[in-house]
Design a protein around this ligand. Structure first.
Ligand SMILES: NC(=O)c1ccc[n+]([C@@H]2O[C@H](COP(=O)([O-])OP(=O)(O)OC[C@H]3O[C@@H](n4cnc5c(N)ncnc54)[C@H](O)[C@@H]3O)[C@@H](O)[C@H]2O)c1
Length: 267
């Protein structure tokens, strides 16, 4: 039977305590990996470890803090609960930042945080892990977005940062191919996570009726109207694509981006 087997491997997932991050951790643990759950929020990272006793090591890390990233990665050296050096990095931590609609409402400073978290963060964490990834013939999966495929108006700094990480995925893939490291991206469509509260509040600037509905109602209405397959994505949908790209089934795949969006980008 064809199956994804990550037994004996160590993965590191950033933003592991968020909606999609938790789904990715659960799928990788289910495939046999031991996972380092890295997040800015220490308590939330610890709670991910509680959900997967013996399979998850929590790590507090701000992906935008270079010295902090290096110290956090160094703290894993020789860790008794990790079976091997890190051979899979999932750069999942991401932030929407302030929304625009129209973009002329934005300030110069609104461009800083999405750029730092969504682009510089993956650079810092990948650079800190590159020797371990090369040593293990490992791979990197960057969580981008359909917003990087198409310039949605909700948050231009966010969309532009996601387009940038798709571009950087190709650059990283080219640089690291001679060292046997593959680098790919997954572009989620719409996943109901805390992220969606910001989207509803942003849209309410132009349509105050949206303040009277729940995040879930806002999400379901948008998903049924915009997504050809008629539903939003679950964290497990995104995690399945990550597991595939991390596995030997994808051993010839590098520099690619896979939309997991129910066809949203086509619509
Ligand atoms: N939810 C969606 O519909 C959707 C769609 C497309 C892409 N994405 C992308 O998927 C990824 C995960 O999104 P989500 O919906 O799970 O968001 P979320 O807000 O639920 O989780 C994000 C997690 O990242 C952590 N984080 C934020 N800044 C960090 C930093 N500087 N260092 C370390 N950790 C940090 C947060 O503490 C949180 O646990 C993001 O990259 C996001 O852009 C989400």
């Amino acid at each position: 039977m064809l199956q994804i087997d990550l037994n004996g491997r160590t993965a590191l997932v950033t933003g592991a305590a968020g909606g999609i991050g938790r789904g990715i951790v659960a799928t990788l643990v289910g495939a046999g990996a031991t996972v380092v759950a890295a997040d800015l929020d220490a308590d939330a990272a610890a709670s991910v470890a509680v959900d997967h006793p013996g399979s998850v090591v929590p790590l507090t890390m701000d992906v935008t803090d270079e010295a902090g990233v290096q110290a956090a990665i160094a703290s894993l050296d020789g860790h008794a609960d990790l079976p091997a050096p890190v051979s899979l990095l999932v750069n999942n931590a991401g932030i929407a930042g302030r929304t625009g609609m129209p973009f002329t409402r934005l300030d110069q400073s609104d461009w800083d945080l999405p750029w730092q978290v969504n682009v510089v963060g993956p650079f810092l964490v990948t650079a800190a892990l590159v020797e371990q990834l090369a040593q293990t013939g490992g791979s990197v999966v960057n969580i981008a977005s359909v917003s990087g495929r198409r310039g949605f108006t909700t948050s231009p700094p966010y969309s532009a940062s996601k387009a940038a990480i798709l571009n950087f995925t190709q650059g990283m893939a080219t640089d690291l191919a001679p060292r046997g490291v593959r680098v790919n991206a997954v572009c989620p469509g719409m996943v109901l996570t805390p992220f969606y509260r910001q989207q509803r509040l942003a849209a309410a600037v132009n349509d105050p009726k949206l303040l009277e509905i729940t995040d879930e109602e806002f999400f379901q209405d948008k998903a049924s109207r915009l997504i050809p397959l008629g539903r939003g994505q679950q964290p497990a949908d995104i995690a399945g694509a990550v597991a595939f790209l991390a596995s030997d089934l994808a051993s010839s795949v590098t520099g690619q981006a896979l939309n997991v969006d129910g066809g949203l980008v086509m619509s």
